[in-house]
Write a protein that binds this ligand. Sequence first.
Ligand code: UDP
Length: 330
Amino acid sequence: MSDAILVTGGAGFIGSHACKALHHAGLRPVSFDNLSTGHAHAVRYGPLVQGDVRDAAAVEAALRAHDARAVIHFAASAYVGESMADPARYYDNNVGGMIGLVQGCRAAGVKRIVFSSSCATYGVPESLPIRETTPQRPINPYGRTKLIGEEILRDLSVEGMRHVALRYFNAAGADPEGELGEHHDPETHLLPLALKAASGQGRPLAIFGTDYPTPDGTCIRDYIHVADLARAHVLALARLREGGESLALNLGTGRGHSVREIVAAIEAVTGRAVPVRLEPRRPGDPPELVADPGRAVAELGFRTECSDIGTIVRHAAPWFGLEAGHVQAA
Ligand code: UDP
């Protein structure tokens, strides 16, 4: 029988897409999710175990019940702004969650973990593009909890636990076949909010900061399609299965887009105007985050396939009731 993989946060945005990719790769995803922000209806590939990663006994029981040999650990709180307002909650859920997870893994004898880390661990990088060797100096509690998660995993290598920490840049888009999408509540991410604004369902998009040291004054991010991200997890698991050493990898495209460029791409693809309002900077936001994706290419053979901004918008737009048949953005 194919290997079972415990996917914590499997009911969430990236987790649900990863389960689909695992299934298509011949693996058996088992979602483990407390449904605090995930959705049971997003678990379409494999069973759902309702549980909390802070509960080591529940993690152990799920690993044993499904005879899982490896874990992908997505389950976490993931909003920079919320982490600034309520840091204790982030340390509890993200650091407490990592501790519960590794204790459950140790008890069940599972020694392979793929971890959802973040470009937020770099803070304001001293140089661009960001390499894995760029110093990690997070500037918000969310980023600090992810860095601590990486450090916990690095320390556990003394016990023979191996991991791949995947430092995501900005996950965006939706399943190319239209089965899965992004449903955060509350929604704070740029693309869904801009698409909602374009569809007339939401409020005008707040552009947070127009005085950054970037060409148009708005923040620059490296947006990567969620289906590309999902595939990288399958490759990371294969590397661990083959005995590969632990490592950390950036997952991005190497190309940045400003907030205004995202707005322009949405308008080009959907043919709808995105109403905007200009707001002050959002606390905790670095001006520019763009990956050097070279190490993931070298170590995993990972290359993005659908992460150009036009394709990201075309796949995400239908979730917000928008047609996406207009000219593709550059
Ligand atoms: N952003 C914005 N308006 C919004 C949400 C986000 O201007 O309503 C900006 C935000 O300041 C950041 C970029 O869009 O520069 C991406 O933000 P998001 O929350 O999507 O992801 P993050 O980079 O925080 O992980």
